[in-house]
Structure formats: C-alpha cells, structure tokens
Design a protein around this ligand. Structure first.
Ligand code: FAD
Ligand code: SF4
Length: 509
C-alpha cells in the first residue's frame, strides 16, 4: 500500500525496524518548519544542531535506498505546517496510508492524532523503539503507591533488564554508590578537553538569520561542539567511555569556573534525538565495567542510574501527568525570571558561570541546572512557566518530555512532590562545597546580611520562612526550619529584610 511516513526532528533512529527494508511504496517525509523553531525562544545551537542532524539523517536513509521528501526551511513548496505539508503530499501523491512514530511531546502527540482524525486514509502510530519502557509503564509500576520513589523503579529496571546484576543481587553488593561519589575537583586537577564536532554547513547560522528565525545564545562556529550524525555520536560515546567514565561519579556534582562539562558525557542530545539508543549506551558502560581496569562499579552504577533510572522515570512522570503537569505551581510563585538569565550579566560568579556557559555552549550539567540556576529561580519565587520557558529554550537536549519534569518537578517543586521528595534549595554553603565559584565572587558566601552578603543565603532563609508550615512536615527539611526558628526575632527580621531588598533589586545582583 502506498504509504507516507513522517519523521520528526527527534526521531533519527536508523535502527528502527522501519528501515530494515526499503520499498518503492514507502516514502519518508521530514520538514524544517517555522512553528517548531518558535514555540519557545531557542538557543541558536539547538536549532542548528537539530536541522544539521535531520539533514544528515535524510541523506543516510536515502543512501540506504529509502525514498525521502525533505522540506528545507527555504524550500518554496514548504508551507511551514505539519498538517498542510502532509495534506498536500497525501492528496497530490495519492497515498493510501499515513504512519508516524509516537511523538515524545504531548503537544505533537495531540496535534498528530487530531490530524489523523481528519484524514480519510488509513493511519497508524508505531513505537519509536527507543526507550526501555512504554509511556505508561512508570504509572503502572507506582499504581496505588502514595509516593513515586525513583529508587524503587530503578532497582526494578536493573533486575528486569539484567543490568549490573550479579545473579539476583546488584553488582558490587549495593544499589547505590552515592557516598563514594560526588567530590569537589581537587586543586590543579586537569579535566580532559571536550570532544567537539563542527557544523556540517558553516553557512547555516547566517541562513537562520536570513530566514528570520529568532534565537539567543552563541552561534559562533568555534562554540558549536554537537554531533550531527550517528557516527559522531558513537565517537562521543567511545570517547566518554575511555576518558570520562572512569571519573564520572567521583566528580558528578563538581563545578568549576575553568571547565564547562567536567566528566559529564554530553550524550543527551544524541540520545534525545535518538541517534543513539539508551540501551546501547547502558550496554557499553556495563561492558566497560566488566573489562577489568576500565572503570569501577561506583562510576558505572552512577552513570547507569541516570539513564536506566532517571531518564525513563521522568518520561513516565510526564506521560502520567500531562497535560495538567504543565500548569502546576505548588508555591504559587509569580515573579519574572531575572534578565541576567538571558544575558549572563550578573556579579554572582556561580550564576555567571552556569548561565555564561549555557549561552556559549547550550549546555550545563545537572548540578549547575539544579543547584545554581534552578535553585536561584526557586528561591527568587519565579513563576514555573518562566523557568520552563528558559530551560526548554537554552539547552541542546531540551525536549519537553524530559525538560518539564526536571524543571517544574525536580528543580521548582511546582508539582508538590511527584518527582522530588523535597524542594532542592540551598544556601551558598552547598555551592561553595562543590565548586570554586565563591572564591572569585564579589559576594561573600559566609555572609547572610550586610554589604556583599551572598544573595543565596538570605533568599534561602526567606524561602524557609515563607514555607515553614509545609517544610516542617518534611523529614529532610524540618531541622532547617527549627534552626531558623531558633534565631532571634531581630536577626530573622534582618535576614528577611535583606532577602526582600535582593528580590526588589534582582536585576542588579
Ligand atoms: C532544571 C533541569 C532541567 C533539565 N532539562 C533537561 C532536558 O531538557 N533534557 C535532558 O535530557 N535532561 C535535562 N535535565 C537532566 C540532566 O541535567 C541532563 O540530562 C544532563 O545534564 C545532560 O548532560 P549529559 O548528557 O552530559 O549528562 P550526564 O551527566 O553524562 O548523564 C548521562 C545521561 O543521563 C540522563 N540523565 C541524567 N540526569 C537525568 C535526569 N534528571 N533526567 C533525565 N535524564 C537524565 C541523560 O540522558 C544524560 O545524557 C535537566 C535537569 C534539570 C535539573
Ligand atoms: S558567594 Fe554566593 S553568589 Fe557568589 S558564587 Fe558563592 S554562592 Fe554564588
């Protein structure tokens, strides 16, 4: 039957069973369309990387003998709408069937299922054959449970998929090696240079401008490091296993002014666009663990947990709670995101580093996202819509299914505790413990009030004060509320005054 198959920009999985055989009756369609570049203001590198990877993928499947219709952005035939481009093709070429892979985003899932309802030909949605779990597996796993603890899901995944298992027991005789992980970078420690790939079409940044695509962040070729093909993604994986995995867990939470990725893999873009499968990444890490001397269990487990645990768990949370999840605002925060999130212009060294590298490279690692930029946004009582918009735009790996549960859920606690067991807030203490940021900061990490007092400190106590009823019921937070209440009324008032001053003058921080 003459069939049209749609491939979205994050469905670049050459190992999908669709590509097992080529057929004259099947045509694939891919399109660069304006609405996908502007549902949020994106980092230039995100648009460049996705368009480049899509173009390379179209060439690859054509080389494998498949027929492809590819609408480039400036193609005169391109109507910049999934529905219009598809309708014209279906009617013009008399396709009898339309097929697509399950979209990861609720928005596109709805749009395509509504579109199929309008069609009078056969339609079919198939699996993307990418994840370990189905959309609703996490919800089923936690059915009837009061809280969704990721750890239980992760252990079940390890058992089910026989990952890092020693018979029925976890390899290394423990499920979790967090205690041996998470150190600060030692003085004079040299981190390997990040492996970088250039843009395949050096003129693409200029073309985006000519086409009127608005973006932010650096589009300088020397700052673009992202893979555009599966081959490059595999090189990134090889390089991670050889050079970074052996220290991944140890320095997982470390932050440093001189290094923007430390020992992190930067594989999220390749995985989220499906150039790499999470299964092959997890397998390679396990193989490295079994090859004696290449890495130890603490590193292998720490990394595996992120993919087999967190990545699948977050996707499950998303599909269990959308579309309501996108409206959640547990603390009813209403403030705007400070201007410096878009410019990087702030005196706070931790924020300057984390935001600056995000603007330069479209990347920050997990702890920078959670405990620096996310922490500040929460302490400053920012509306979760504002926070979501920034995270969805700025990061190379930001696709709503994984961005939203991380931002709205884990980092802003706007879901009231579906993802996180407590709000991830901290004073300067944590940032100073895990980084060298405070050393070169004009603010004093030890001061809570007075001139040059670190804004994180008074804002932290202010947050605790405002939410003390709720936080005192949380086992992991109530000692902090008690510490706050032990302070004299005068000193509490002084701290709150400082916090209010900082909130009123946030753009000057
Ligand atoms: C506020 C906030 C927003 C985030 N937004 C995104 C996002 O839009 N897209 C995204 O892929 N990740 C997001 N994360 C999770 C995590 O920060 C990134 O996956 C990670 O930094 C990507 O870099 P990496 O590939 O070097 O990761 P590594 O540290 O090398 O980890 C390996 C892989 O584990 C997976 N992983 C790690 N942590 C998580 C997590 N919490 N949730 C899901 N997968 C995880 C990723 O696929 C990652 O590539 C966010 C985290 C926070 C706190
Ligand atoms: S002193 Fe405060 S603002 Fe400055 S780097 Fe440390 S935590 Fe950040």
């Amino acid at each position: 039957m003459k069939t049209l198959r749609l491939l979205l920009g994050d469905q670049l999985n050459i190992n999908h069973s669709w590509f097992d055989e080529s057929s004259k009756n099947v045509t694939y369609v891919m399109m660069e369309i304006k609405p996908e570049t502007e549902y949020v203001l994106h980092h230039a590198q995100k648009v460049l990387a996705i368009f480049s990877a899509m173009r390379s993928f179209a060439e690859t499947i054509e080389e494998h003998g498949h027929q492809v219709v590819y609408f480039k952005f400036d193609d005169p035939e391109n109507q910049h709408s999934f529905n219009n481009n598809l309708k014209r093709l279906i009617e013009g070429e008399k396709y009898k069937r339309f097929e697509y892979q399950e979209p990861d985003e609720y928005r596109l899932d709805k749009q395509l299922s509504d579109f199929c309802r309008e069609l009078s030909i056969d339609t079919r949605m198939v699996s993307s054959e990418h994840f370990f779990t189905n959309r609703k597996d996490v919800e089923t796993f936690f059915k009837g449970k009061k809280s969704w603890v990721m750890e239980y899901f992760y252990r079940d995944m390890r058992r089910k998929h026989h990952v890092l298992m020693d018979g029925g027991k976890p390899a290394g005789a423990a499920w979790n090696f967090d205690k041996s992980n998470r150190n600060k970078l030692p003085k004079n420690h040299q981190v390997p240079e990040p492996l970088a790939f250039g843009l395949p079409d050096k003129e693409l940044p200029e073309k985006l401008k000519d086409w009127g695509i608005s973006t932010f962040g650096s589009d300088k070729p020397e700052n673009f490091t992202w893979p555009s093909t599966r081959e490059q993604s595999l090189q990134l994986l090889d390089s991670f296993i050889e050079h970074l995995l052996p220290d991944f867990g140890t320095y997982q939470d470390a932050m440093h002014t001189d290094y923007w990725n430390i020992y992190h893999s930067r594989l999220s873009f390749s995985m989220n666009t499906k150039m790499l499968s999470p299964k092959e990444v997890v397998k390679r890490v396990e193989e490295a663990y079994h090859k004696s001397g290449q890495t130890n269990i603490a590193q292998a487990e720490g990394f595996t947990r992120q993919i087999l645990g967190w990545r699948e768990f977050m996707r499950g949370v998303y599909w269990a709670h959308m579309p309501q999840y996108g409206k959640k605002n547990f603390f009813n925060h209403q403030r705007k995101l400070p201007e410096f999130y878009w410019s990087g212009k702030t005196k706070m060294q931790c924020m300057k580093s984390a935001i600056g590298q995000s603007l330069d490279y479209a990347y920050a690692h997990h702890i920078q996202r959670l405990m620096v930029t996310g922490n500040f946004a929460l302490l400053n009582e920012t509306h979760p819509d504002e926070v979501d918009r920034w995270y969805l735009g700025v990061y190379i790996d930001a696709f709503e299914w994984v961005e939203m549960p991380n931002t709205r859920g884990m980092s802003q606690f706007a879901d009231g505790g579906i993802v996180a067991t407590k709000p991830y807030v901290s004073s300067a203490n944590y940032i100073n413990k895990m980084s060298n940021y405070c050393k070169s900061c004009p603010y004093d990490h030890k001061k809570t009030t007075g001139e040059n007092a670190c804004p994180f400190n008074s804002l932290f106590w202010n947050f605790l004060d405002k939410n003390k009823d709720m936080l005192s019921k949380n086992r992991r937070m109530n000692f902090l509320v008690k510490n706050w209440e032990k302070k004299s009324p005068e000193s509490r008032e002084e701290v709150l005054k400082q916090a209010n001053f900082y909130q009123d003058n946030v753009d000057k921080l």
